[in-house]
Design a protein around this ligand. Structure first.
Ligand SMILES: [Fe+2]
Ligand SMILES: [Fe+2]
Length: 374
């Protein structure tokens, strides 16, 4: 019978979250895995500071009243007759798109806060100091994402919107869970996979140059977090017995469904719809009629589609079997996805971003950084 963490490689050995004493075992210190050293060392290449204008300047303006931040296609609700009839005035339509974007970016902000707390929680359970250093490094990078998204939302809207109940429950569950597999699948594979897909889509489609820059900078870090999940899966999934594989596969499907629900369910953004005098129940009814499987499959064909990235992550990791294949098959052509290979959408955008960051990071040290070192 497996341990609750489903540990298959010593570098993912874990203890209970409140068991600090085990960290003091003398033998532990000389058994550090080098598996994450490259990721940890690369952090200097893609360093950026959201509060330093050389990297990003949150005072860059955008005409929120007259220009939509993203195109209509981001929000399928705009295709329903009900929503169309409520937004006859073009200015209301722009306001609706920009408020819906505020909701999406607020979800991302809450997700980043979740990633920060989750990677910190990994430091408490993972026993290997190399894995701990990886997690601490990720926590530091997630912290700048929280700062950056909070700054962007402040600049465009003043305040974020509250976290939807479904996303909140998932984040609370994975941060509090003692099981390593729940944390890594839930955050590193699913939420991080979703984030890469969402950031790539915003990067390509947004009309706001500031948002575009923000997405690229965040992606330079996220591409590495996604790799951590992949390393775990490579070292764990092939060694699972059938019962363990079922646990892992079901947990992944549960997380996927939660994230999907958070993204498309108008109920999750009730207050936002009500502020436009709309009933989210009617929006949901009309969306159900519109979103035939056929139409959704068409949407999935776009390389930047966010669900597609998630499913590809799970498929490449060997987590999806015939048990849940049909469930994901509702959203994407699984054969086509398998044939595409391992490169993830967003990797190219992240690579370009890192090349750009190197031009800033490897100039002569600035006055500020010299002062900070004193
Ligand atoms: Fe992040
Ligand atoms: Fe991340």
């Amino acid at each position: 019978m497996a341990d609750g963490n489903i540990t298959k490689d010593a570098m993912y050995d874990a203890v209970a979250p409140d068991d600090f004493e085990s960290m003091l075992e003398v033998d532990r210190y000389n058994a550090r895995t080098p598996a994450f050293d490259k990721i940890i060392a690369a952090t200097h290449d893609h360093f950026w500071d959201p509060l330093d204008k050389r990297y990003i300047d949150f005072s860059e303006p955008f005409d929120m009243e007259n220009e939509a931040l993203v195109p209509d296609e981001f929000f399928p609700a705009l295709e329903t007759d009900y929503v169309k009839s409520k937004l006859a005035d073009p200015k209301d339509r722009i306001r609706f798109i920009n408020e819906s974007t505020r909701w999406s970016l607020s979800s991302i902000l809450h997700g980043e806060q979740g990633a920060l707390n989750l990677s910190a929680s990994l430091c408490h359970v993972l026993k290997d100091q190399g894995a701990q250093e990886y997690a601490a490094n990720q926590a530091r990078e997630e912290a700048r994402h929280v700062t950056a998204f909070a700054q962007y939302i402040k600049a465009r809207w003043g305040t974020p919107m509250p976290c939807g109940p479904v996303l909140k429950d998932l984040l609370v569950e994975i941060i509090g869970a003692p099981e390593v597999y729940k944390k890594i699948i839930g955050m590193q594979m699913l939420v991080e996979g979703l984030a890469m897909g969402a950031f790539a889509t915003f990067f390509v489609k947004t009309n706001d140059p500031l948002m575009k820059k923000l997405m690229q900078l965040v992606m330079t870090d996220e591409a590495f977090h996604h790799k951590f999940g992949k390393i775990w899966a490579d070292r764990t999934v092939p060694k699972l017995d059938p019962a363990e594989h079922n646990i892992v596969e079901d947990w992944a499907a549960h997380c996927f469904q939660t994230l999907l629900f958070n993204l498309v369910g108008p109920h999750q953004q009730r207050a936002m719809y009500e502020s436009f005098g709309m009933d989210p129940d009617i929006v949901m009814q009309e969306l159900t009629v519109l979103a035939t499987d056929e139409a959704r499959r068409e949407d999935m064909k776009e390389a930047t589609n966010i669900f597609r990235v998630l499913i590809k992550t799970l498929l490449n990791a060997g987590i999806i079997t015939d048990r849940t294949r049909a469930f994901y098959g509702m959203y994407v052509d699984m054969e086509e996805l398998k044939a595409e290979g391992e490169r993830m959408v967003g990797d190219d955008i992240a690579d370009e971003g890192i090349a750009y960051l190197k031009t800033i990071n490897f100039r002569t040290p600035s006055v500020t950084s010299m002062m900070a070192a004193e």
